[in-house]
Design a protein around this ligand. Structure first.
Ligand SMILES: [Zn+2]
Length: 414
């Protein structure tokens, strides 16, 4: 068996960590900005790639800069519907069969669009792309597995005036409250909206997330929102350990009941522990890693994005995925932001295969884990059937490639 680019393209894949506003087609961003008279630093793709969506960034905050342009053009239901549709299509085109699209609906809320309407608009685009794909003869006949998706609602760790219409209003209304209190209120409001969207409108809102700048804005400020999500059977993931150490991850799995973790790059970095109460830092990390392993808390690994926001990681082979793999943690490859990180699911997998010498057997496990640990919107029985169909299809592709390549030595081809 050979892990070639062609093989990676063919196998069914997932993307469980995918931000809508970081994954717009540049042509669409330009078109929407022109239509809506939104100012961009450049109106051609080359210019945008040079000025905004770069190959390298100095840190997470610089990386987050580009989002102000993308969210600015996504303030209407029709724009949200369009980018949802296109995002699903882009994934389908590279063989991705299951995506969980996350976005912060409150960033798209304004005088003409409610938070729930923003979720419904995104869903309209995704469902249209799904139905079109699943009507293809090979899918309709059952020869190939269908395309499925879920939506994850993101709360923001922090915001200031100028962030969005909703957050500005909230800050004004609660001008005399502490900032932490306002952040907490906003995330609780989002959970309530997500629950209404899920239970009353039957939208596939499958999970809740916390995103945005991590350092200085602890997850514990959002513990009430997560408790509310927990009580309402929403699945939970948290951006943690992206720019901050193991304590942030500890908070995510204890205070926030995280089922999955976004990034967790610094999970193993005992020297990043700040609390004076933690005397034996190595033991703390070891215990944390064992807890994550035992509970199969899945790590959404975003290699390119992590390399871009953490310039201290010089080579991909130094990325902590190496240790996650050694500790047999449950991990899945994700893009984070297709446009801001200039990547695709296939590119992420190919990168990982090359940098870490992943074997075909391991790759299969990582891929299937993506499907198994997804927040699939249907029942558990339906999810099992879907995963079974995916595994059968994966094995069929393996056999096809084994037949073609039989007799050749195993190597990684780009
Ligand atoms: Zn992310």
């Amino acid at each position: 068996m050979i892990i070639s680019q062609e093989f990676i393209q063919k196998i069914p894949k997932t993307d469980l960590h995918l931000h809508l506003d970081g994954s717009l087609r540049l042509s669409t961003l330009i078109e929407l900005a022109r239509e809506q008279k939104v100012k961009l630093p450049a109106y051609d793709e080359k210019g945008l790639l040079r000025l905004v969506f770069r190959k390298k960034y100095a840190n997470l905050n610089e990386y987050l800069e580009g989002f102000k342009y993308t969210t600015a053009v996504l303030q209407t239901a029709s724009a949200l519907e369009r980018v949802g549709y296109e995002l699903a299509q882009d994934n389908q085109a590279e063989g991705v069969r299951y995506i969980e699209v996350r976005f912060a609906p409150q960033l798209h809320q304004n005088a003409n669009l409610t938070c729930i309407e923003a979720m419904a608009a995104l869903n309209a685009g995704l469902v249209r792309a799904k139905e079109e794909f699943n009507a293809r003869p090979e899918v309709a006949s059952g020869t190939e597995p269908p395309f499925e998706y879920g939506i994850i609602a993101c709360a923001m760790r922090m915001f200031d005036y100028g962030f969005s219409y909703y957050y500005d209003t909230l800050l004004r209304v609660h001008a005399h409250s502490g900032r932490k209190e306002v952040f907490s209120l906003a995330s609780q409001e989002l959970v309530r909206a997500a629950v209404v969207a899920k239970t009353q409108l039957k939208l596939p809102i499958v999970g809740f997330d916390l995103a945005g700048a991590e350092a200085g804005f602890p997850a514990e400020d959002h513990a009430q929102a997560y408790a509310l999500a927990h009580k309402n059977f929403l699945n939970k993931t948290v951006h943690a350990g992206e720019a901050y150490g193991p304590e942030s991850i500890f908070q995510a799995i204890t205070d926030l009941h995280a089922d999955r973790l976004g990034h967790a790059v610094y999970l193993f970095d005992a020297d990043m522990i700040k609390s004076a109460e933690i005397k034996d830092k190595k033991a703390y990390v070891a215990n944390l890693v064992q807890f994550i392993a035992n509970h199969r808390i899945t790590i959404e690994v975003c290699l390119t994005s992590n390399m871009q926001t953490n310039p201290a990681i010089r080579r991909l082979s130094q990325h902590s995925f190496r240790l996650m793999r050694k500790a047999k943690l449950s991990a899945t490859f994700c893009t984070d932001n297709r446009t801001v990180s200039r990547t695709t699911v296939s590119a992420e997998i190919l990168k990982a295969v090359r940098a870490f010498d992943i074997t075909p057997h391991e790759l299969k496990n990582f891929i299937i884990y993506g499907f198994k640990r997804s927040f699939f919107p249907g029942t558990y029985i339906k999810k099992r059937e879907y995963v079974r169909q995916i595994i059968d299809y994966y094995e069929k592709i393996e056999r096809q490639f084994a037949k073609v390549r039989r007799g050749r030595p195993m190597k990684i081809k780009g």
